[in-house]
Design a protein around this ligand. Structure first.
Ligand code: MOS
Length: 708
C-alpha cells in the first residue's frame, strides 16, 4: 500500500464536501424527513419523580382524546428481550430510576394530537427521596466495573482502560519533592447538544424493522435495537446517511428508538418520533460532572517527580458509565512516580454517555490547569515547563509513541501566538477596563482503530467506482475524506468515486466515535481497494470485465497497535480579556497547533479543529447543566439558558498542524482529529484568565461571579 504515500493525489487536497450541495439546498434527507406511508406520531410520557415506583396510571382521558391510536405504559407495552440494559429496556417495570425517564407514550394521527393527549395521562407514584449530589466523601463511591464498550477489551473504563494505575510510589515522592501542588478541580454536567435532535422513523414489514435513525453508528444501533426487541440483526435495518451532529450522544442507541419501534408495532403503522430539545436533557446522555484532585511534585529543576490524579464522577444508579478522565495523566508527562484512580457516585440521575473527548475533555482541564499552577510555583515559563517534562516513551506502558510532536506544537504555537513577548506577571496588562492575559495548555486524545469493519469496492467497465461501508458522517467531513482515501487507493480521480454510507445493508462499520473513523473505515476501504487492484491486475490483465469487479475486505489488523502508543497531540494558546468591573470574560484570540498525522482534507480538518476549540471555549465559559438536587432534573433545558458558544463569542480563531505523517497508525499516516481539539482549550482559557486577573478558577465554567 505504499502507493498511497508515494502518489498522493486526492489525499491532502482541500476537496469541498461531497454532501455539501445536498445540505445547503435542503435536499439531504435527515431521519425525520424520510417519507413513510401513512405515519402516526409518538409523544413520550416522562417520569415526574427522580426515584421510586409507579403505583397507578389513568389513561382514560388520553385514550378518548381525538386522533389517539394508542397509549403505552409499563402495563400495556410489549415485553422486550432485555439485553441487560436498564436504559434500553423501556417500559418493562414500574421502577423509576431518574426524572424524565420514559414512563409511556401516546401514538396519534398528528404530533399535536399525541402531545395534547400525553398531557392527559396521570401517574401516581411512591416516591423515594432522590439522591443526586456528587461529593468526593460519599461512602458509596465505587470502582467502575467493566464499562468498556466497542469491544475494546473488557477494561473498567469506557475506553477499555483499567480504573486505576500505579507506577512507583507517589506519596513518599510527593513528601520529598522540592515543590508540591495539591489542587482540586471540578467540572459540571455538560449536555451533548447536536443541532438535529434524536429521531427514529420506524416501519414494520412482515416482522422486519426499518429504522431511519439519527445515529453515529448504524451497525451498532441495528445490533442493539435487534437484541432489545429479540430479533436477529438481519431483520433490522438502520438507515442514517445524513446526521445533524451528535458529539457522542448518537454513538450508543438510546431508548427513544426502542419506544418508537414498540409504538409502531402496537398501532401497526409507521411511526415518527423526534425528541424535543427539552427531552434530550434527560434521555440521550451527558458528560458527567467530575471532582478531580491532582498532586504534582517537582525537583529544584522543575522536573516532575510524582503525579497523582484521583477522579470522582457522577453516574446513574440505573446504569454505570465511566469516562477515562485520568487516562491522559498516564501519558502526558514524564515522572518516576504516578498514581491515577477513578471512582463513581451512583445517583438518581439520567444515564451519562460519551461526549466529545469523553474523559480527556474534563481530565485535561484539570491536568493542564495544574501544570500551569506548577510552572508558576517552579518559577518557570509554562511552555518550557511542559517541554522539560516531555517523556521519551509512554510513561506507564513504556511503549514508544507511534508519533508525538507535542514539543513542536508547543514551540510553533508559541511562535505564532507571540508568546515571547509575554510578561508572566499576573494583572500586568490592562487596556481601559479590560485586564488582558494569555495562557497555554496541551491537548491529547487517543487514535484507535475500532473492530467490526469491512468495506466493499466495485469498479464498473466505464471506470466508475462504488465504495460501500456503513460509516457515518455526522457533519465531520468523513464522507469527503473517505472518498479521497478511496480515490487514491484505487488510483482514480475523486470524480469517479461514489461512496455510500449510513445504511446497515452496507458492510458493517464501527460507530463514528473515539476519533477512530478515518483510521478504521479508511483502513478498510484502502484494504478493499488494494485487493481489487491486485485482482484486476493478476486475473484480468488490468481490464475490467463486462459485468464489473467487486471485492469485499475486512479491516486489516494493525500489529503496530500493540507495539506503539497511538495518540494525537496539540498545544492551544488563548488570549482573554476580563472586564475589571463586571468580570465578563471574552476570548479575542484562540490558536491551536495540532499533531494529527497526515491530514486527509485540510478544509474539513480545519473545520473540525475550529469546531472542537469552539466547543472547548463553550465548556470553559458558558455551558453548565444545572441539576436541581431536590428533583434530580436539569432546569436549564434550552438554548436560552444552556448557552453554547455562538458566532459573537468567537473572535480570532486559528487551527494549524505540524506537517507530519504517522508511520504506524494506518496506511494513510493519519491520526484522529475530531476530539483532540476540544481537549486543553478550557485549561488554556482558565490559565489566561489567571494571567489576566490573578484569580485561579478551578471550577468550570468560569463565570463572572468567580472573578469578582
Ligand atoms: Mo465521540 S464522544 O467518541 O462521538
Amino acid at each position: 500500500m505504499s502507493e498511497v504515500r508515494e502518489r498522493p493525489r486526492a489525499v491532502g487536497a482541500p476537496l469541498r464536501r461531497v454532501d455539501g450541495a445536498l445540505k445547503v439546498t435542503g435536499t439531504a434527507t435527515y431521519a425525520f424527513e424520510w417519507p413513510v406511508e401513512h405515519p402516526a406520531y409518538l409523544h413520550p410520557l416522562q417520569a415526574t419523580i427522580a426515584a421510586g415506583r409507579i403505583t397507578g396510571v389513568d389513561t382514560a382521558a388520553a385514550e378518548a382524546a381525538p386522533g389517539v391510536l394508542a397509549v403505552l405504559t409499563h402495563l400495556t407495552a410489549p415485553r422486550l428481550t432485555i439485553p441487560d440494559d436498564p436504559e434500553l429496556a423501556v417500559l418493562q417495570s414500574d421502577e423509576v430510576a431518574w426524572r424524565g425517564q420514559f414512563t409511556g407514550a401516546v401514538v396519534a394521527e398528528t404530533p399535536e394530537a399525541a402531545r395534547y393527549a400525553a398531557g392527559l395521562v396521570r401517574f401516581r407514584y411512591e416516591q423515594r427521596r432522590p439522591d443526586t449530589v456528587l461529593r468526593e466523601d460519599r461512602d458509596d463511591l465505587y470502582k467502575p466495573l467493566n464499562a468498556a464498550q466497542f469491544g475494546q477489551g473488557g477494561g473498567e473504563l469506557q475506553d477499555g482502560s483499567p480504573a486505576d494505575s500505579v507506577v512507583g510510589d507517589a506519596d513518599p515522592a510527593l513528601a520529598a519533592a522540592h515543590t508540591v501542588l495539591d489542587a482540586t478541580y471540578t467540572t459540571p454536567m455538560y449536555h451533548n447538544n447536536p443541532m438535529e435532535p434524536h429521531t427514529a422513523v420506524v416501519t414494520w414489514t412482515d416482522g422486519e424493522l426499518l429504522v431511519y435513525c439519527s445515529t453515529q453508528g448504524a451497525t451498532m444501533s441495528r445490533d442493539l435495537i435487534a437484541a432489545t426487541l429479540g430479533l436477529p440483526p438481519g431483520r433490522v435495518r438502520v438507515v442514517s446517511p445524513h446526521v445533524g451532529g451528535g458529539f457522542g450522544s448518537k454513538v450508543y442507541p438510546h431508548a427513544y428508538a426502542v419506544l418508537a419501534a414498540m409504538g409502531s408495532r402496537t398501532v401497526r403503522r409507521p411511526v415518527k418520533f423526534t425528541l424535543t430539545r427539552q427531552q434530550m436533557f434527560a434521555l440521550v446522555g451527558f458528560r458527567p460532572a467530575s471532582i478531580q484532585r491532582i498532586r504534582l511534585g517537582a525537583d529544584a529543576d522543575g522536573r516532575l517527580t510524582a503525579v497523582t490524579h484521583d477522579v470522582v464522577e457522577q453516574t446513574a444508579r440505573a446504569k454505570g458509565y465511566a469516562d477515562h478522565t485520568a487516562v491522559c495523566t498516564r501519558l502526558m508527562y514524564a515522572a518516576p512516580h504516578r498514581r491515577t484512580t477513578h471512582r463513581l457516585a451512583p445517583l438518581d440521575i439520567p444515564v451519562p454517555t460519551i461526549m466529545r473527548a469523553p474523559g480527556e475533555a474534563q481530565g485535561m482541564f484539570a491536568l493542564e490547569s495544574a501544570m500551569d499552577e506548577m510552572a508558576i510555583a517552579c518559577g518557570m515559563d509554562p511552555v518550557e515547563f511542559r517541554i522539560r517534562n516531555e517523556p521519551d516513551v509512554h510513561p506507564e506502558s513504556g511503549l514508544p509513541f507511534s508519533s508525538r510532536h507535542l514539543v513542536a506544537c508547543l514551540r510553533e504555537g508559541a511562535r505564532r501566538a507571540g508568546w515571547e513577548r509575554r510578561d508572566p506577571t499576573p494583572r500586568a496588562r490592562r487596556m481601559g477596563r479590560w485586564l488582558i492575559g494569555t495562557g497555554v495548555a496541551a491537548s491529547t486524545y487517543p487514535s484507535p482503530r475500532l473492530p467490526g469493519n469491512a468495506a466493499t469496492v466495485r469498479v464498473a467497465p466505464d471506470g466508475h467506482c462504488t465504495v460501500l461501508i456503513a460509516a457515518a458522517d455526522l457533519g465531520t467531513g468523513t464522507w469527503t475524506a473517505l472518498t479521497q482515501i478511496a480515490a487514491d487507493a484505487l488510483g482514480v480521480p475523486v470524480e469517479r468515486v461514489e461512496l455510500r454510507i449510513g445504511d446497515t445493508t452496507l458492510p458493517n462499520a464501527s460507530p463514528a466515535g473515539f476519533s477512530s473513523g478515518i483510521n478504521s473505515w479508511g483502513s478498510s476501504i484502502a484494504e478493499a481497494a488494494l485487493r481489487l487492484r491486485t485482482l484486476l491486475e493478476t486475473e484480468h490483465g488490468d481490464v475490467v470485465p463486462p459485468d464489473g469487479l467487486e471485492v469485499t475486505a475486512d479491516m486489516p489488523a494493525n500489529t503496530d497497535a500493540e507495539r506503539y502508543a497511538m495518540h494525537s497531540f496539540g498545544a492551544q494558546f488563548a488570549e482573554v480579556r476580563v472586564d475589571a468591573d463586571t468580570g465578563e470574560v471574552r476570548v479575542p484570540r484562540l490558536l491551536g497547533m495540532f499533531d494529527v498525522g497526515r491530514v486527509i482534507n485540510p478544509r474539513t480538518a480545519r473545520s473540525q479543529l475550529l469546531g472542537g476549540m469552539t466547543q472547548g471555549m463553550s465548556m470553559a465559559l458558558y455551558e453548565h447543566s444545572v441539576l436541581d438536587p431536590r428533583f434530580g432534573h436539569v432546569v436549564n433545558q434550552d438554548f436560552a439558558q444552556y448557552h453554547i458558544a455562538a458566532n459573537a463569542d468567537v473572535h480570532a480563531i486559528e487551527a494549524h498542524w505540524v506537517d507530519e505523517t504517522d508511520p504506524h497508525t494506518n496506511v494513510m499516516g493519519a491520526k484522529g482529529l475530531g476530539e483532540v481539539c476540544i481537549t486543553g482549550t478550557a485549561a488554556a482559557i482558565a490559565n489566561a484568565v489567571h494571567h489576566a486577573t490573578g484569580v485561579r478558577v478551578r471550577d468550570l465554567p468560569i463565570t463572572l461571579d468567580k472573578l469578582l
